[in-house]
Design a protein around this ligand. Structure first.
Ligand code: GDP
Length: 424
């Protein structure tokens, strides 16, 4: 059995967490390789309902080793809050089950504050940040102005490094934003409370995963957010600050030689988007309220109502292409059971011209959806467990999407629970 990456095809929130939770049974390692505490993966299983932010969704399977790779925005505050809340509910998150790359860069206490300050400065031009410090973190990572987790093993050098960072960061906090400076005493307290606690979890995850691959032990890579939020290929600037693509998994896991044999792209049977930016197939008013309600579309991290819309075949085709998806998991098909007619955005009209190609970000603002309507099935399909148990109209809808996005749909999810799944 090969390695697999489970990735988002749209704007995120596609249901990757539930897919990883389902698939982890077959994998010995589950790896998070990018992003941070800014998104949430919801997992519902025999232990209850959980929203995971930094910890891989394989944590519920006793046999899986969970890995946080070097590409993740390692936010120790969020991480330990998550570890403590999981352990309080009986989930083992000991260092034997969770390994963290010593090369992961650390999200510093000022990153969250800088995120909020910048969004405030932008006022009505906000990017829609979750204010978890992700953009300031990645800026600093690439400016080489944050610490690596493994520096905790070099306390003297770390202290000097923290002093240097603090001196520079205070110039930004006070000079650019007029905010209060951070003190060394506060920083040292944060270090002792959070950074030092990382030590037992840290290792060379590259070596760990290389050994796993050499021994033929399969690895599952779990992405956060979706293709349209990718820093390079997404709807810039309404993206996240990391690479959400499967192609980044080897680098962000710490093992550049990792093979990706299969890419399972996760996408909902309709579209949703959290935050700002163009969303061509967006619905409004009562139509949107009904879909939001049916799909319980509220952010796992922020509780924000998600924007909802018709399945966007143009954006999804682009997501499939950039993710190089080999197969698709279509989630939340059950949610559409209330609809008489189901809308699908099959093309965009831009300046009177029709296109099926996802355009350059600047052209998206003026794109209008071209909609086709499909017959609804008007019943509850959440207990269907086989392809043939689905009503014919539901099968036709799935087959249409499959053909429209050019990728086989091998999983059809009809509910949030682990077994609410049709495997084709
Ligand atoms: P992720 O970030 O991609 O893991 O997605 P989220 O966890 O933020 O959002 C997916 C939401 O949809 C969660 O609340 C899931 O429990 C729920 N969900 C996933 N698949 C299905 C499904 O097939 N049907 C229904 N009704 N809910 C689902």
């Amino acid at each position: 059995m090969g390695n697999c990456a489970v990735v988002g095809i749209n704007w995120g929130d596609e249901g990757k967490g539930r897919m990883v939770d389902l698939l982890t049974e077959k994998y010995d390692y589950v790896v998070r390789y990018q992003g941070g505490g800014n998104a949430g993966h919801t997992v519902i299983n025999d232990k209850g309902k959980f929203a995971l932010h930094l910890i891989p969704s394989g944590i519920f399977r006793g046999s899986a080793v969970n890995v946080i790779g070097s590409g993740v925005a390692l936010d120790p505050e969020n991480l330990f809050a998550e570890i403590d809340s999981l352990e309080a509910r009986g989930v083992d998150v000991s260092p034997a089950r969770l390994r963290i790359s010593e090369r992961a860069s650390v999200l510093m206490p000022w990153h969250r504050e800088l995120d909020a300050l910048e969004e405030k400065r932008l006022a009505d031009r906000q990017y829609g940040s979750t204010k978890q410090g992700i953009a300031p973190f990645y800026s600093d990572k690439y400016a080489k102005k944050t610490v690596l987790a493994g520096e905790v093993f070099y306390p003297e050098a770390l202290k000097t490094h923290l002093e240097e960072l603090l001196e520079w960061k205070n110039l930004v906090l006070t000079g650019v934003y007029g905010a209060a400076p951070c003190t060394m005493a506060e920083l040292l307290e944060w270090k002792e409370r959070y950074l030092d606690r990382l030590a037992p979890y840290l290792c060379d995850t590259g070596r760990l995963l290389e050994d796993a691959q050499t021994q033929g032990r399969p690895i599952l890579f779990e992405a956060q957010l979706g293709a349209l939020r990718d820093i390079e290929y997404g709807i810039v600037p309404y993206t996240t600050s990391s690479n959400t693509l499967a192609a980044y998994a080897p680098v962000g896991s710490g093992f550049p030689g990792a093979r990706i044999d299969e890419v399972t792209g996760v996408v909902k049977a309709y579209s949703t988007c959290v935050g700002e930016g163009p969303f061509v197939s967006e619905m409004f008013g009562e139509e949107a309220d009904a879909l939001r309600q049916a799909g319980a579309e509220y952010g796992a991290k922020t509780g924000r109502p998600r924007r909802v819309g018709a399945f966007d075949a143009v954006a999804t085709r682009y997501g499939v292409r950039t993710q190089c998806a080999t197969n698709i998991a279509l989630t939340k098909l059950d949610v559409l059971g209330y609809m008489e007619k189901i809308p699908v955005c099959v093309a965009y009209s831009i300046g009177g011209k029709l296109t099926r190609e996802f355009p350059f970000p600047s052209a998206l603002g003026s794109a209008k959806p071209v909609t086709e309507w499909f017959e609804g099935w008007k019943c509850d399909i959440s207990s269907a467990r086989s392809w043939n148990a689905l009503p014919e109209a539901a099968r036709r809808y799935v087959e249409y999407i499959e053909q429209a996005v050019g990728c086989p749909i091998t999983y059809v999810s009809v509910g949030p629970e682990r077994d609410s799944m049709i495997i084709r």
